[in-house]
Design a protein around this ligand. Structure first.
Ligand SMILES: Nc1ncnc2c1ncn2[C@@H]1O[C@H](COP(=O)(O)OP(=O)(O)O)[C@@H](O)[C@H]1O
Ligand SMILES: [Mg+2]
Length: 251
């Protein structure tokens, strides 16, 4: 089974950026196959990974509906899952990408969500590394699924309020009974040395810091020019810091 790294955090903390950096660095290591999962219906992981969205699980659900193939209770036949899974995978340069997306109109999100879960269950054995960019709610990770998350990386800025939100997300992951082996905190957009009061609070919240990532001028520049993560210079501070994070995980 692949090593499943899930990235979570409040909106704007850097989930998508860090997911893309993880994918970039894992590919460079040439140490196995990589599947990127975009599980945030509002996300743009594909843009950072430099691939066009040709299809999403949400769109597939829409097609099912149009063809009357969907079972109203939202339960999908296993064969249907197997049959359609490969239609939904987008091939990138050195990695594959699966996008959850959403259907049209109310209720469609849930159907896309359920099918996405089933897909992950099927796909987890086919890749060495799975990097999952999540929406804050993490609903698609919840029980009713057999897949395990090895590392849940919660991203926060270096502020007390950020850490509190991160702690709430960790609690939420427990409430959702997500199978997580280990939860870590990553501090992103760090500009100064970490204040003792912040470190004390992080300890009180029983978080283990896996790594810090500085505000990186190269990321700001990349974003402004709309370029993919692979064009980030190798000597960028964020690249080496994400590499340190992977090393800390033994990867
Ligand atoms: N370490 C960093 N240095 C500079 N800019 C960053 C850094 N991390 C994230 N950003 C920027 O912050 C914004 C939000 O990041 P994003 O990854 O989209 O967050 P999320 O996916 O959590 O909503 C983006 O414009 C991104 O380029
Ligand atoms: Mg995002």
């Amino acid at each position: 089974m692949g090593i499943n790294i899930a990235v979570a955090g409040k909106g704007g903390t850097g989930k998508t950026t860090i997911s893309a950096l993880l994918v970039r660095n894992l590919i460079k290591k040439k140490n196995g196959s990589v599947l990127a999962l975009d599980a945030d219906p509002n996300s743009n992981l594909n843009e950072l990974l430099g691939v066009k969205i040709s299809n999403t699980v949400g769109q597939l659900v829409e097609n099912f509906k149009k063809n009357g193939a969907i079972i109203s209770s939202g339960i999908y036949k296993d064969q249907m899952v197997e049959m359609n899974i490969h239609q939904s995978i987008i091939e990138g340069n050195g990695f594959d990408l699966l996008i959850m997306g959403r259907g049209e109109g109310p209720g469609c999100y849930c159907a896309a969500n359920n099918l996405f879960k089933k897909y992950i269950d099927v796909l987890q054995d086919s890749y060495d590394y799975i990097v999952m960019d999540n929406e804050a709610g993490m609903e698609h990770l919840s029980r009713k699924t057999t897949h395990n998350v090895k590392y849940l990386l919660i991203i926060s800025d270096p502020s007390l309020r950020g850490i509190l939100t991160a702690a709430r997300l960790r609690d939420l992951s427990k409430e959702l009974q997500i199978n997580v082996e280990k939860v870590f905190l990553i501090l992103n957009r760090v500009n100064d040395e970490l204040d003792d009061r912040l470190l004390k609070y992080i300890k009180e919240q029983k978080f283990e810091i896996l790594g810090t990532i500085y505000t990186d001028k190269n990321i700001i520049d990349l974003e402004l020019s709309g370029k993919p993560i692979f064009e980030l210079p190798d000597n960028s501070v964020s690249v080496s810091q994400v590499n340190n994070i992977l090393k800390s995980l033994g990867l």
